[in-house]
Design a protein around this ligand. Structure first.
Ligand code: GLY
Length: 299
């Protein structure tokens, strides 16, 4: 399992940590992946500089990755077995345990922002498919043509029957007030059955944040992540160990052993200590914190 010790300073807040999915191919376009996650970390950092809270930072980072065609979220999402895009996303504010999510959406360019609107509306936590599209129209989020989300790269992957791995993007952040937030967005798994919903839409599985503990975003085999409720379990492990790096590693061990699948996760605690781990060959990550003048991109 790959792991790295990222914390190098006692001055750790605000902090933003992003991932570009545990399904990344190590032999294919590593520079593009590095530039993509670095840009996402910078977008989250800018949100802090503009006076934003942790929630604003994770939304900004995930939007950047959704807009980047190289990552499996928003534009660039993998395709279902029917050749369509169906995206899942969720976001959580650790201050209030407020959360929102969408699943199987195809007509929004930035599902994470739609998830945030669901959260802010407060009536529901999860909206799916056409109900989510109707909600997007009602709150004034522009619809997009689903065809604009489909890339040649993903058409080729589906044609090559590259079923399974896809990746996911996510971000966790803590702001200077000690509030944490997490967000996750994905096109899901290559060749998935239409209507399949993965962990990224499920609070506690792909995403969780509680400012008393920390924030987590997961990536990998959604069914395995759901089986072990991975994001919430990672925070339990963080509470037990008081060690972000060790908690991330133990959580991925749990995913592999009990969940029977591969993947990874990123986490941050309320003091700005960050950790990540993955059981796959590559999970692009980048982070920013006050002691850095550019995002750290350790791969
Ligand atoms: N982890 C993304 C998915 O399985 O849909």
């Amino acid at each position: 399992m790959a792991m790295a010790p990222p914390s190098e300073s006692p001055v750790r807040v605000p902090a933003i940590l992003v991932h570009g999915g545990a399904g990344a191919d190590p032999g294919d376009g590593r520079d593009e992946l590095r530039a993509g996650v670095a840009a996402a970390a910078r977008a989250g950092w800018r949100a802090f500089a503009d006076g934003g809270r942790a929630l604003d930072a994770v939304e900004a980072s995930v939007r950047t990755l959704e807009d980047h065609p190289r990552f499996n979220a928003g534009r660039g999402s993998v395709l279902t077995s029917a050749g369509t895009v169906e995206m899942d996303a969720s976001i959580m504010d650790g201050e209030r345990l407020a959360c929102g999510a969408v699943a199987a959406v195809s007509r929004v360019a930035n599902p994470v922002t739609l998830a945030r609107r669901v959260m802010e509306d407060e009536r529901h936590v999860l909206l799916v498919a056409d109900g989510a599209h109707a909600f997007a129209r009602a709150v004034g989020l522009p619809e997009c043509d689903p065809a604009t989300l489909v890339t040649d790269r993903q058409r080729a992957r589906l044609a090559a029957h590259a079923a399974g791995r896809g990746g996911t993007v996510g971000a966790v952040a803590v702001d200077r007030h000690g509030a944490v937030a997490a967000a996750t967005s994905t096109g899901g798994m290559v060749g998935k059955h239409p209507g399949r919903v993965g962990d990224s839409a499920l609070i506690g599985c792909g995403t969780y944040a509680d400012s008393r503990l920390g924030a987590v975003s997961c990536t990998g085999a959604g069914e395995a992540i759901i089986r072990v409720v991975l994001a919430r379990r990672a925070l339990d492990l963080l509470q037990e160990t008081d060690d972000a790096e060790r908690a991330a590693r133990l959580a991925v061990d749990l995913l592999v052993k009990d969940g029977r699948g591969d993947g990874g996760l990123i986490l941050v605690d309320a003091r700005g200590r960050v950790g990540f781990a993955h059981s796959t060959p590559l999970m692009p990550v980048a982070w920013m914190m006050p002691t850095l003048d550019a995002p750290r991109v350790p791969f």
